[in-house]
Design a binder for this molecule. Sequence first.
Ligand code: AHR
Length: 495
Amino acid sequence: QDKSTTITFNQDEKAPVISKHIYGHFAEHLGRCIYDGFFVGDTSKIANTNGVRNDIVKALKDLKIPNLRWPGGCFADTYHWKDGIGPQKDRPTIVNQWWGGVTEDNSFGTHDFLNLCELLETEPYVSGNVGSGTVQELADWVQYTNFDGVSPMSDLRKQNGRKEPWKVKYWGIGNEAWGCGGNMTAEYYANEYRKYATFIADWTNSGGLMRIASGANSDDYHWTETLMKNIPNHMLGGVALHHYSVIDWNNKGDAVSFTEDMYFKTMSEALEMEELVTKHAAIMDKYDPEKKVDLVVDEWGGWYAVEEGTNPGFLYQQNTMRDAVLAGVTLNIFNNHADRVRMANLAQCVNVLQAVILTDKAKMILTPTYHVMNMYKVHQDAKLIPLKFHSPKYELNGKSLPAVSVSASKDTSGLVHISMVNIDANKANTINLDLGALGVKNVTASIITSDKLQDYNAFDNPNHIVIKKLDNAKIKKGKLNITIPPFSVIMIEGK
Ligand code: AHR
């Protein structure tokens, strides 16, 4: 066991609020995320509301998801929204060219998605088609969803049964424009963005629009620099960033049967997020010192080989304690960078990549990642508490990573929350929390852990990994001494 490490907290009135939108999710038309995931159709025997599974709606409401990104991903730049409105019999099909080449019947469209967001009480984040679409098509989509007056698109919306506009605030101008979104250069995309952003009108009664530029792939700093330099700040609500924790794109490794070496690699990829947001934010600071433009990490998570026997294009993977730890450290990084990172979307919500929910016919399970998101939801819209400490090391084969990750916040009712992760696969770490400066007198604590890193929630054992109470957390003279077991995530609540 390592010598104990002391964390000091430094309440600061000027510290940023952790935007709840950091806890966002992503639902692409990919594999079994929408069809046979969220959406089973209204004739299904599975309990549903307008075709969307009630158990999924309940689970996501419990999670207080702040926003949901749709319809892609790569799919977004092939999607023509007008094919997904109006009577089902008149809707053409679409072949999902990126994901498995399957033919979709367009039965889940704009109304279905936006009504689902209303049901979830979450903000929709719609990704527009820049790659294979037109400016007119995207401008029409915004008018269709947001305009309250008389116009061709709002009239069409009313004709399709929806009187009030949905007032969608978040609009992505394409996705991965450097890749599946059109293989553009940063310079070319910046010009395209300016054109699209101009014609997507901010309808006076829509409650404001936030335009989000398709962002860099991991450490492509040239991309961010070019967008920030070439797009005037007033046209830019956010700049995106995508980063997946992948061991090796040609050999991603199994989601469940992995070695400690593979785990270590996944963790170093996950922890790279710290450097990525720091460097992308520093570039943004040069062009936007007042930090008006948000850094939007709208795709992140672990990406492994698909589960054997499943369609390789469907990206279905199990979710273990490795994912719980990955989620915990990533969310701590986002919290600690709340001055610039104001939105993020875990990829993806249901049955795809690092999902919070997996389904198998009528069965549904909540993954370890779900429980981390649930544990961390207390940070949503709470004020960040800056902190300092030197992390002990997690060492393997001559390499090392910081073992402990922490973030803290104070909510509007005065409750303090400290989330801590120990990524070390073998060693517990003892942490000394100096809570004196926070005025905290009493604490309660909860933990997500398991016997093995490879443990997961299976359909026949759905509650193997859940949030449990930790009983031994007691403050003595303003200090809390806490031992975090290997690969575990802890939340402390203090008042
Ligand atoms: O989330 C899966 C895919 O990863 C998305 O469609 C794409 O944007 C990214 O490459």
